[in-house]
Ligand binder design. Sequence first.
Ligand code: F2R
Ligand code: MG
Length: 308
Amino acid sequence: MTFTLFPDARLTLAREALTGLSVGDALGSRFFVPGGAVAPWPDALPPGPWPWSDDTEMACSVLGVLAAHGRMEPDALALALAAHYDPARRYGAGAVELLELIRAGTPWPVAAAAAFDGQGSYGNGAAMRVAPLGAWHADSVRRAADQARASAEVTHAHPEGIAGAVAVAAAASLAARARLDGDRPEPARLLAAVAGALDPAGEVHRGIRRATALLGRPAVEVAAAVGNGSRITAQDTVPFTLWVAATLLHDYPAAIRACVEAGGDVDTTAAIAGGVVAAYTGVGTPGGVPEGWLAAREPLPAWLTTAA
Ligand code: F2R
Ligand code: MG
């Protein structure tokens, strides 16, 4: 079934995905333990404010470009990422180098292609920021995938880095569509549709297939099998986060808790799963992003509030 999605509706869906992403990032950051130890889920959550990290800063740029242009414009995204880059937000090592090159005037295609000795980055950074773009494209998974590729290439030239972003955007598109339709997809159906947007020869695709075979198993077991993001790569991060989102699409707090209890790159796994789940649940709804968690999250940057 085709339908018309008006600009205001796109913006609302994308904003709610950004809320889920940023709350997941900020709360997940409270539980990040360097070196791979896992922090237990506490009886009471830490008091706010919960500062957000690079995941949220970059996702704000993605949403800002969509709001300003009505579509992903890679040149505008490169400018926004570079302009809003704050090293204190704990960017990945490759991202630091790349954004400083762009700020110094290197064209983004040159800087992205040169990263990691000319391989391009396959870090999880393109995937962690893209859920709002997927929700924006609730009317077309194919368009979400194409636009995610365009957004990823600005920083991640490696095919696996791009595949991670395509997978997350496809999942967020499907989640937002399911919300509009009032019809929650079965986890296996959602993961199959995501896998269908990817190159079947790729590692991210293979990881999502492995995660699909583990539906119904405990989250920690799945993370042990497909990765919990501790390598900070798309391949090691995206399959688990989409398993969480598919399994707990109706329950934002449970999705974030599953990411925390799996350890690894917790702020980023919680940002990815949180962005996809919030595209389905919304904010302040039953199963959605709790109002108290949103109140504890550091406010989003003022420049975004005026742009989108
Ligand atoms: N863990 C972080 N940031 C580290 C912060 C350290 C800082 N000193 C501090 O504590 O304040 N989290 C953030 O990084 C992840 C997003 O990463 P992004 O943007 O993809 O960056 P990068 O550097 O391009 O890739 C991440 C790592 O992946 C490995 N890698 C990527 N491509 C590779 C390749 N072609 N060959 C080999 N390795 C590759 C490298 O280890 C990269 O450093 C998020 O978690 C974000 O929150
Ligand atoms: Mg982070």
